[in-house]
Design a binder for this molecule. Sequence first.
Ligand SMILES: Cc1ncc(COP(=O)(O)O)c(C=O)c1O
Length: 453
Amino acid sequence: MSVSTAAAARTVCAPLPVLGRDVTVPLVTGGEVAYAALDYAASAPALQRVWDDVAAYAPYYGSVHRGAGYLSQLSTDLFENARRTVTEFLDCRPDDQLVFTRSTTDSLNLLARALPAGCQVFVFETEHHASLLPWQDARVTYLDAPRTPAQAVETLERALAARDPHGPALVCVTGASNVTGELWPVRELAAAAHAHGARIVLDAAQLAPHHPVSVRELDVDWVAFSGHKLYAPFGSGVLAGRADWLVAADPYLAGGGASRKVTRREDGGVDVEWHENAARHEAGSPNVIGAYSIASACRALTEAGFDALVAREEHLIAKVRSGLAEVPQVKVLSLFGDDAPRVGVISFVVEGWNSSHFAAALSAEYGIGVRDGLFCAHPLVRTLLGGDPQTQGECGAPEAAPGEKSLNAIRVSFGAGTPDEHVERFVNAVRELVSEGARWQYRTEDGRCVPAV
Ligand SMILES: Cc1ncc(COP(=O)(O)O)c(C=O)c1O
């Protein structure tokens, strides 16, 4: 049964209430329209529930792990309860540690700093830069883009079989691509990694907001994700998984909170005993609102039920994909092909259009917010577009003036808060722009297309 038929067979729930659903934006052509936020893959709107929870807690806000007062104690409890809630959400093993970070990027950089000496790292070139780049100080092997999930596993197995079998090794892989939305065979890649004595970290930035993530079932060693993509935009992220490498590493940041005991030495220096729990990598005053908001989002998604959320998202994916398929000038980007299971992240190019121009027209003429560019995954987008990787521009920067051939793509992405009307408006807008052209004039300003007036 195809993904879309499977979705149709299940009950599709209503969108979850999110902030911004009543916001209207002006159109260049006159009037206002309800904003269609279709850039969830960059940052998703806050769940109303998350906002309400944070607002209810805000008067009780206090310092964490460093105050004797009632509100400090309450905030400390809330912070540690948030850790437990997120640990349960991720179905971690009993001995796993969960560190609150700032984001997925922060989490993966933290892990990169905790690699044991001589660690070899294996990463597909298709990764988001947050997964691709933190390993520069290790011995990194970049793996070529696979064209099927099975090829991904074969490629990894081949690379691992050729590695020095005695040293430590880490595989870093995304759960769902931030460009194509396609799901990666995480369980199979984890099995391949473990069979060759390597560990694996899952970049779940695009997976966790859309699908349940079970550390135990997937058998990954670590998982990283960001609150702001999981409807909790308060500046927190998560790294959860095996404690041993984290405890053996120097603290990510040196400072209060990470240190248990600090003493002056006779030679005038300072000795430090660092914590051996998650606090070791959480120096400084913790972001209790960030952690609490992630826990609130985890609870809200669990209560809504991922079965219903996935069914709803597949229904939206089917609408967008079938709508785009009816426009011959549109080419949807894909590594694994039409039948690959995916989340609500779809990138495409439109023949004859510069992507920045197209995205600007969607915004200015239809009130639809999408993203254009290379999505911080330059090698992948270049592979998908068949372009020359040497010519890639800065993340998100267009390379051609309006009307010139596109060297980057447009991405539409959605999730638990997206109503049908938003994706329907999007599909109609694409159809209309392609058949009738833009109704407004645009110019390039600071590398981006903007309405001329
Ligand atoms: C797959 C993937 N990994 C990592 C990141 C980095 O997330 P953040 O910017 O929250 O650190 C992103 C952000 O778009 C992403 O899509």
